[in-house]
Write a protein that binds this ligand. Structure first.
Ligand SMILES: [Zn+2]
Length: 495
């Protein structure tokens, strides 16, 4: 990119020196000076090879990645629909540069009352509004979202200077962070969780009027390090809601406290299964680890329906550790039915997992976990072996969104349990797509904020191959589809 910018600067300099800048402002004339041939050589589009990146595109001898490790404590306050959190971030500077400050992403701030994103509506004016939609958009007070940062401190408890610019926070260190060194700091925060069904977003809760419960799909819930690299230094583009994410890899140690009757799953390996599972659940889990042909229920629909009436005041803490991932997300509700089965990937057993409220059945217990398993097998055949120990598909109204090891997917039958082929195939398509995003961009990590086409393009292609294969091998699940899935165009929340 630097090479192109340099050329553009040179061209404009030449024009201004020769008094030509007026003449080339017209588009048609400008074409005469630029090579717009569709079959032109593309060298000028690529950055020059260097010590960091070779001409073949592979990492060069001086290639590096920064590392961001997190130790996080979270409490989900179901009654008040809030997340409380604190974290210690350890940032390791593997670059050859000394860093004067750090940039941290505060994605929740896209929902601050004064966020400029509220003024932006990419879809334009709707042709009509339902009364509830109109009230939400034009009459109700704006939602009071965004991070409330209580402190930013160094490891000795000394407050650090910080500056928040919308969804980005700059932390100033008292001395520069030298190449090869690490810096730890802590942040404490809380925020109001939004209703993702009525207020949109890539995470949030859904309320179920029939039983008074909520199901939570939670992401972007903690301040996350921005990416630093040799191409552009700090990548600190704002998050306006439509874009996705650019994140460095790191290790996560996360404790999540929720009502004791909630069922929860997340990125990472569960550390305290004996504390959070009943004896029955452990027995079923051990059975699921050996079940390669069909899912085993860990929490049945009858048990979930019983739990819906509980509203426990007790709390339970679920502890997860995830190594070398670029993000962390979780889902939690007392409404969740939970099933799992094992899949052979290379010489490893991986768990295919689904969590869904009863509103997803019978569709979800019939297809979700089976489709997760098929996706892991097919993607691993076409690309590389899935390296994580599990892949979770969580049912959420309207959303299709991906995180490491866990994704949120739409596809809900009618109240009487009936559903059309369109709903069924839409659900299967989105599960393949979002589980597929584990490969791109969760493992092959690209900057989605700027270059979303990279992971969306290759992922949609492998999704197509998977649908074709599944259509041939298991037509009872999905017929062979004729083209690349059009779901993305049908639903703006399919990411
Ligand atoms: Zn996608």
């Amino acid at each position: 990119m630097k090479a192109i910018n340099f050329k553009l600067i040179m061209i404009s300099l030449i024009f201004s020196f020769t008094g030509m800048s007026q003449e080339v402002s017209d588009d048609s004339k400008q074409k005469g000076h630029l090579n717009t041939n569709k079959f032109r050589q593309m060298y000028q589009e690529f950055s020059s090879p260097n010590m960091f990146r070779t001409a073949a595109g592979a990492p060069g001898p001086a290639y590096y990645q920064q590392q961001a490790d997190y130790k996080i404590n979270i409490e989900l306050d179901d009654q008040n629909k809030r997340i409380y959190g604190d974290e210690i971030v350890t940032y390791t500077n593997n670059s050859p540069d000394n860093l004067e400050y750090l940039w941290v992403q505060l994605d929740q701030n896209v929902r601050k009352k004064d966020s400029p994103s509220l003024d932006k509506d990419g879809d334009g004016a709707a042709p009509y509004y339902l009364p509830s939609g109109f009230t939400n958009k034009f009459i109700n007070k704006p939602f009071d979202g965004g991070f409330n940062v209580e402190y930013v401190k160094n490891v000795n408890g000394k407050p650090l200077d910080f500056f928040i610019n919308q969804t980005m926070m700059r932390i100033d260190m008292s001395t520069s962070l030298k190449s090869g060194e690490s810096f730890s700091f802590s942040i404490k925060w809380w925020y109001n969780i939004q209703d993702h069904v009525n207020q949109d977003g890539r995470s949030g809760y859904e309320s179920f009027k029939s039983d008074g419960n909520r199901s939570y799909i939670i992401a972007q819930f903690f301040p996350r390090m921005a990416v630093y690299n040799e191409i552009e230094g700090w990548q600190n583009y704002q998050f306006w809601g439509d874009g996705e994410f650019a994140l460095p890899f790191g290790n996560y140690d996360v404790k999540i406290t929720v009502p004791s009757d909630h069922i929860l799953d997340a990125t990472g390996k569960l550390q305290n299964r004996k504390e959070v599972f009943s004896k029955n659940m452990i027995k079923r889990f051990n059975k699921a680890k050996k079940s390669f042909d069909k899912p085993v229920m860990i929490v049945t629909q009858a048990e979930a329906e019983l739990a819906e009436k509980g509203f426990s005041k007790e709390k339970k803490t679920w502890h997860f550790i995830a190594e070398n991932v670029r993000d962390f997300a979780f889902a939690s509700s007392r409404k969740f039915i939970w099933d799992m089965m094992a899949v052979k990937v290379g010489d490893k057993d991986v768990m295919a997992v689904s969590m869904y409220p009863k509103e997803g059945n019978p569709l979800w217990e019939d297809y979700s976990t089976v489709v997760v398993a098929e996706t892991l097998k097919t993607y691993s055949d076409y690309t590389f072996d899935y390296p994580y120990h599990k892949a979770i598909s969580v049912h959420a109204a309207q959303i299709g969104m991906e995180y490491p090891m866990i994704c949120f997917n739409f596809g809900r039958p009618n109240i009487d349990g009936s559903y059309s082929d369109q709903v069924k195939y839409g659900m299967i398509g989105v599960i393949i797509h979002e589980v597929g995003h584990n490969f791109f961009p969760m493992i092959v990590n690209n900057d989605e904020r700027q270059w979303a086409w990279m992971d969306e393009g290759i992922n949609t292609f492998v999704q197509y191959l998977t649908e074709q294969k599944l259509g041939k091998d298991k037509p009872e699940i999905i017929f062979p589809l004729r083209g690349i899935s059009l779901q993305k165009r049908k639903s703006k929340r399919y990411s």
